[in-house]
Design a protein around this ligand. Structure first.
Ligand SMILES: NC(=O)c1ccc[n+]([C@@H]2O[C@H](COP(=O)([O-])OP(=O)(O)OC[C@H]3O[C@@H](n4cnc5c(N)ncnc54)[C@H](OP(=O)(O)O)[C@@H]3O)[C@@H](O)[C@H]2O)c1
Length: 286
């Protein structure tokens, strides 16, 4: 079995388990927490004529490209980052057709100095939403305990999925404070939900998304008083390269996933900050 196929098989099994787990577990997940379902939250009003800016990481393909496409179609400014910007054909095409509203920047989110350098480049400019989307699984075959565990992958997957997003939040904090939306939206995963985990697989990816959830809940608590709201959003199983070996009928179109992520982000406020949602607005158990 290939690495991708093995990952797909594992994900398929856990999707079924997780979907089954959400309905029963959500009541206990946020029992004492304030965060409300997204449907209860009003949209943030902006001054007339203001054009917001969203920074999307991993914007060259998959969910990140779709987020860029949809925000650009709304008339927003988008800073779309890619590890290899020269090869980001579709992203560059979007930028070329955008009258300067879509800008492509090179960024590997594992490179903390590069994150600082990018933030320096945008010093004094507002960023309304930081969309931490870039992420990796590490491959299902590489994270099988007592069988085939690539220990060094822990570093690179966690650096990409946890350290990078937090560092981006830190580096772009002044830009976010200068914006009107004041939001950090993180593409998490139901794989990071400890409460719904029923199998022993994907040690590295799952722990990275659980860690992402934890650092972002910390951040939500810390930034609430500054008016910045933070979301963790699971897009569900989406038809991207990450899920290439799953049957398409099991996957959600990337267009739908993109609009779900944006809808939930629209409804994110400091009242529901720190919540872990799945794509339909259901609160997931930690
Ligand atoms: N697809 C799903 O079913 C699903 C489900 C739950 C959660 N998610 C999450 O959704 C997010 C997007 O995934 P996707 O499905 O769109 O996957 P994808 O098609 O594989 O795209 C991943 C994106 O992340 C970028 N990336 C990876 N490592 C990076 C790094 N070190 N620095 C900068 N960019 C990096 C990739 O850039 P390159 O092109 O340079 O590799 C690519 O743009 C991820 O956080 C993933 O965990 C996806």
């Amino acid at each position: 079995m290939t690495t991708t196929r093995r990952l797909a098989t594992v994900l398929l099994a856990t999707i079924v388990l997780n979907v089954g787990g959400v309905a029963t577990a959500q009541a206990g997940a946020h029992t004492s927490a304030e965060p409300a379902p997204v449907s209860a939250a009003p949209a943030v009003p902006r001054p007339e004529g203001y054009v917001p800016t969203v920074l999307v990481t991993g914007a060259n393909r998959g969910i990140g490209l779709e987020l860029t496409r949809q925000y650009a179609a709304r008339g927003w400014k988008v800073i779309g980052t890619a590890r290899k910007p020269a090869e980001a054909k579709e992203l560059n095409a979007l930028a070329a057709a955008s009258d300067g509203r879509v800008v492509v920047e090179g960024l590997d989110v594992m490179d903390l100095a590069a994150i600082d350098a990018l933030a320096q480049k945008y010093a004094g400019k507002s960023v309304d939403i930081l969309f931490n989307n870039a992420g990796v699984t590490g491959g299902g075959a590489n994270q099988q305990f007592a069988k085939n565990m690539h220990w060094e992958l822990f570093d690179s997957v966690h650096r990409t999925n946890v350290v990078g997003p937090l560092k981006l939040a830190e580096a772009f904090l002044p830009n976010l404070l200068a914006g009107y939306e004041k939001k950090i939206s993180n593409v998490s995963s139901s794989q990071g939900s400890i409460g719904t985990t029923k199998t022993g697989t994907l040690y590295i990816y799952r722990s990275s998304k659980a860690a992402l959830n934890m650092v972002m809940v910390n951040l939500a608590n810390q930034l609430k008083s500054k008016g910045i709201a933070v979301a963790l959003i699971d897009p569900g199983p989406v038809d991207t390269d990450m899920m290439a070996s799953l049957p398409k009928k099991m996957l959600r179109p990337v267009t739908t996933a993109g609009s779900d992520l944006i809808r939930i982000t629209d409804q994110l406020t400091v009242q529901n900050t720190g919540t872990y949602w799945t794509f339909d607005g259901t609160v997931l158990p930690w």
